[in-house]
Design a protein around this ligand. Sequence first.
Ligand code: NAG
Ligand code: NAG
Ligand code: NAG
Length: 163
Amino acid sequence: MLLIGLFLRRITILLIQSLTVCVAEQSELICSHQPIVALAGDDVILPCYLDPPISASSETVEWTRPGLDPKYIHFHQDGQPVYHSQNPSYYLRTRLFEAELQNGNVSMKIFRVKISDAGKYFCFLESMLKEASIQLTVGKSDFLKMMNYTFLLTAKISNVTLY
Ligand SMILES: *[C@@H]1O[C@H](CO)[C@@H](O)[C@H](O)[C@H]1NC(C)=O
Ligand SMILES: *[C@@H]1O[C@H](CO)[C@@H](O)[C@H](O)[C@H]1NC(C)=O
Ligand SMILES: *[C@@H]1O[C@H](CO)[C@@H](O)[C@H](O)[C@H]1NC(C)=O
């Protein structure tokens, strides 16, 4: 009796495990293919999510930039950020959206982006073996303002009504 009970439990556990693996295998980790463009000083979100959505609440979510040392931009484990492995230049400048993790949304927000933040970011879900990358472009705000001014000026000269 006891043996059969144990056996059944083992089977159930195996079934649940393989189901979880199956579901995880069907989902893709998708990050925006378009580069994310921001101005220095802006807050920016790097969008990444599992599609079809499955919960990433219990996942270790790693955001990295391979050229950096330490490479971790944001390390999220057991539902909270882990700071000791994080690159110091991102200290207190990143967050995930905890409430969104259960929808498979592992997007990362970076506060007050710097010119040096520009580059390729990787999102990695280790236990699911999922990885995707996203490009962040950061413009100098003065430069963009000047470009904008030039654009408006040119538009006026060529007599285009903008508004
Ligand atoms: C993920 O969460 C962020 C922040 O709430 C939101 O802006 C974004 O639209 C969400 N993405 C998806 C695919 O739900
Ligand atoms: C460009 O100019 C428009 C209109 O003056 C303004 O609303 C917008 O914020 C400007 N953009 C930048 C990046 O400075
Ligand atoms: C500029 O636009 C206005 C109104 O649309 C028009 O009356 C005028 O003739 C235009 N001037 C030139 C130089 O095209």
